[in-house]
Write a protein that binds this ligand. Sequence first.
Ligand code: NAI
Ligand code: NA
Length: 396
Amino acid sequence: MIIEPRMRGFICLTAHPKGCEQNVKNQIEYVKSKGEINAPKRVLVIGASTGFGLASRITSAFGSGASTIGVFFEKEPAEGKTASPGWYNTAAFEQEAKKAGLYAKSINGDAFSNEVKQQTIDMIKADLGQVDLIIYSLASPVRVHPTTGVTHRSVLKPIGNTFTNKTVDFHTGNVSQVSIDPANQEDIDNTVVVMGGEDWSMWMDAMKAAGVLADGAMTVAYSYIGPEVTEAVYRKGTIGRAKDHLEATAFEITDKLKDINGKAYVSVNKALVTQASSAIPVIPLYISLLYKIMKEEGIHEGCIEQMQRLFEQRLYNGSAIPTDNKGRIRIDDWEMREDVQGRIAKLWNESTTESLAEIGDLAGYKQDFLNLFGFGFEGVDYLADADEMVQVPSIA
Ligand code: NAI
Ligand code: NA
């Protein structure tokens, strides 16, 4: 079978196993090229199959030789259907880890559930004893609450007023106005339940109670701030409320881990093309302008460059972890540079369907989007048969 991208809205229905493998191999090569990082050797990544979580897992394994357990929610291949990209990414990751003599096992299931938490704890106990670093990198539109059984759905809406601004359909390059009605209180509450810090806290509680957190264990979750043009729909919108909650939860977790000298941090990361971010209105237009400027300045980074720099220069830099006045780690420092943001504000006003191809990096956006699903990689023969069933070794 020849696998081609099949786009439907903000999602691609197919994924290419060889392309996903190439993506993982490229990330591994990048991390190795940057040299060794003096980071922990037993790492759990929750949300480990794509985006920042996958890059964190690769950085841990190939930057510091860590044993890793990865938790994620992905579709395995079925008759006539490809797997989701995170499945192929994990198959490739485990294969490369094995070749390098590194322990790597994975759990495919709902991280919000009590069952998956217990399964993970059992695996840690049996194989690693304890973990020293827990990366929390979930992005999900829905959460079934483990105590109430209620299904909560997050929404991406402004709070207070209708938000109207430009957006781009990155498939066609068409720039148009989008209006989003404000959220009601229920929307806000649901978004906080899904993307706030409650589940992170529940993970840490369960692991602490089970004795699988090492003395001095650290946990890191990911947040975003971003520019003024996206503020109404992002940081001051429903998702921003969830991020406020996540950031506040870091302090609560740190308190609860005092007796084992544990610490919780939030790292504010750069805006990047991932499955999660391409669904947010306005963000794709911002990202295409941002990419253009950051590439011109030679400061563009993808997920792997961000996570490698986070580990090497923030988390495990050999001295204190630098934070902002709210206790957050900032690895969005280059995105938020004054000169970069100043140029964005100007280009934002100028961007139209006609001008965007020139003033923005729409081509770079599209390329990154294709790459998420394993398409568009150099060195992959997309005309070759690709229907061999790929297995994730540890969960085959
Ligand atoms: P992503 O969509 O690439 O990754 C999400 C991960 O969560 C995948 O491994 C997926 O399998 C897993 N997942 C989703 N629901 C699950 C469930 N119920 N059980 C188990 N696993 C589940 O997303 P991305 O962009 O890497 O986001 C990770 C974090 O980084 C999020 O908190 C996001 O807000 C944050 N972030 C993202 C930015 C961006 O521009 N993409 C910028 C700054 C922060
Ligand atoms: Na992730």
